[in-house]
Write a protein that binds this ligand. Structure first.
Ligand code: HEC
Length: 161
């Protein structure tokens, strides 16, 4: 379903969402129409992570050009779904959440997205959101998960050279 979101005209100038823009027959002239996945990201995640995945100077991690760093290990791939903001999201439908996470990876992860990244499936979302991360030293574990994945990313790149 396509929805007209006039307030989002503010970001029309950025060009960022252009590939997600389509025009319904009854669309308001000059208003930006976003696809369902973009709107879902904006309403459920964008308030914290920023409309373009940049959260600025806050405790919320920046996704843009960064989040893909987790995706070179299975552990990191699962982490990105098990993290509380994703696993406990009010987006209850697994396929919709998979679409939002693939939007995050393919549209926001930018330079950090590992080559050959496989899109998340609804089955993966279903499994990992059933195992939400809840550890006392969350940030320490996040750091180790990222470190292991970045090391794996570097190895993959080295092998190709
Ligand atoms: C209330 C603010 C908030 C909302 C809403 C939110 N997040 Fe987060 N997100 C965070 C914080 C804070 C972290 C860091 C881990 C933690 O403390 O839970 C995080 C971590 C993440 C991570 C891991 C990245 C990393 O660097 O550790 C991903 C991926 C993510 N969020 C995606 C999403 C998506 C997709 C949505 C919407 C479905 C969402 N988040 C909704 C605040 C939020």
């Amino acid at each position: 379903m396509l929805r007209v979101v006039p307030v989002l005209m503010l970001i029309a100038g950025s060009g960022f969402f252009l590939s997600g823009v389509s025009h319904a027959k009854d669309s308001v002239e000059h208003a930006t129409v976003l696809d369902h996945t973009s709107v879902t990201y904006l309403s459920h995640c964008g308030g914290c992570h920023g409309i373009e995945g940049v959260s600025g100077n806050s405790f919320v991690p920046t996704l843009r050009n960064a989040v893909g760093g987790f995706a070179c290990t299975d552990e990191g791939r699962a982490y990105l779904i098990r993290v509380p903001g994703v696993s406990m999201s009010l987006i209850r439908d697994d396929q919709t959440l998979a679409d939002v996470m693939n939007f995050v990876m393919f549209r926001l992860a930018g330079t950090s997205l590992p080559k050959g990244f496989r899109p998340y499936t609804a089955a993966e979302i279903h499994q990992w959101r059933g195992e939400p991360l809840s550890v006392p030293d969350f940030m320490a574990q996040r750091g180790q998960t990222l470190e292991r994945s970045l090391a794996a990313c570097a190895q993959k790149t080295a092998k190709k050279l």
